[in-house]
Design a protein. Structure first.
Length: 357
């Protein structure tokens, strides 16, 4: 297939592009606006491949989207382009509404116009794969509040109850995709994933933020008590799952993708400290740098994915445990200082954002 990947220079998008080029025979058109979190250095391993093309395009630019569809004639779209950081959405929600809602609408309309011109056989083969988040579901009961909480998980039929401007914008985009499927017949699949981590992660997110602050000798800030629970998914496992859903998923279906790794944030930070104590030892323990700060507004307490549908229907399971994936991630940041130093020399300096109330 020839696959149009939006947001392919971002964290998850670049993992998808690398997987497609390195492990399949598909062709990739990477469409990315290159905002602060977009980085073509994440794709240096595949950038010279004849099956890879980059298009510097904003998904809100309908004229350019139409050109890309007509020029490259994709067989499928994998839509990952999005503003994705909750803290930034608290400080400035407008960009999230514009990119995640208007951008998705603009892309859907471009895809629909293009799809309508295809032959009947190509119409049947075409897929619009929308990649979303488990945060659209809101949060789940916490073990501190309910002893049976562990039995409650997000499923594909869980009602939407987003808590932040970011998750509300993603919920809106999910609804748009399903509406375009039901109203216009556009062939779609939707996936909702748990928290990703791994190489090339922009350092505003928890795991890379803690790694780089620890290495710099800075404090390691934990929101509130640090008892917020997340289900962690190694990004390369996620990329495999996304490509499998695109190729084998059923038209109109939703698949939840989780890592089977529920941990409290404080425990994640302590694990990072323990790994660093071994890989980059110093006179004191890294855990001594942990501090607790005021929680962010509207912070969800627990996310957890029931990924049984994608396992039963498509045979996908994560390869990495959290222990193996986290060790690989910490080692990658130790081995790739030039990459993250270039990021920190740009528009982000490991400062805290999202404190507004």
């Amino acid at each position: 297939m020839r696959i149009l990947v939006t947001g392919g220079a971002g964290f998850i998008g670049s993992a998808v592009v690398r997987h497609l080029i390195e492990n399949t025979e598909h062709e990739v058109i990477n469409l990315d606006k290159l905002t602060y979190a977009g980085n073509l250095e994440t794709l240096r391993e595949v950038s010279d491949n004849v099956r890879y093309v980059f298009e510097h395009v904003d998904i809100c630019d309908s004229q350019e989207l139409n050109r890309v569809f007509q020029q490259h004639q994709p067989d499928a779209v994998m839509h990952l382009a999005a503003e994705s950081h909750v803290d930034r959405s608290i400080d400035g929600p407008a960009e999230f509404m514009h990119t995640n809602i208007i951008g998705t609408y603009t892309l859907l309309e471009a895809a629909r116009a293009y799809w309508g011109q295809l032959s009947e056989s190509r119409k049947q083969q075409f897929r619009f794969h929308h990649i979303s988040t488990d945060e659209v579901y809101g949060d789940l009961p916490h073990p501190d509040e309910d002893v049976d909480a562990k039995q409650v998980l997000f499923t594909e039929t869980t009602a939407y109850e987003p808590s932040s401007p970011y998750s509300a914008s993603k919920a809106s985009s999910d609804h748009l995709v399903r509406a375009w499927h039901r109203t216009y017949g556009l062939p779609v699949v939707v996936t909702n994933c748990s928290n990703n981590y791994g190489p090339y992660h922009f350092p505003e997110k928890l795991i890379p933020h803690v790694i780089l602050n620890a290495l710099a000798g800075k404090s390691l800030p934990i929101y509130g008590k640090g008892d917020q629970i997340r289900d962690w998914l190694y990004v390369e496992d996620h990329a495999r799952a996304l490509c499998l859903v695109l190729e084998k998923g059923s038209n109109g279906e939703t698949y939840n993708i989780g890592g089977h790794n529920e941990l409290q944030n404080i425990d994640v930070v302590k694990l990072i400290c323990t790994i660093l104590d071994t890989l980059r030892p110093k006179d004191t323990k890294y855990s001594e740098q942990i501090i607790h700060v005021a929680d962010r507004p509207g912070h969800d307490r627990r996310y957890a994915i029931d990924a049984s549908k994608i396992k039963n229907d498509l045979g996908w399971m994560p390869k990495e445990t959290f222990a193996t994936g986290l060790h690989k991630t910490v080692q990658w940041y130790l081995d790739n200082e030039q990459w993250w130093q270039n990021v920190l020399n740009g528009s982000y300096r490991l400062e805290r954002i999202g404190e507004q109330i």
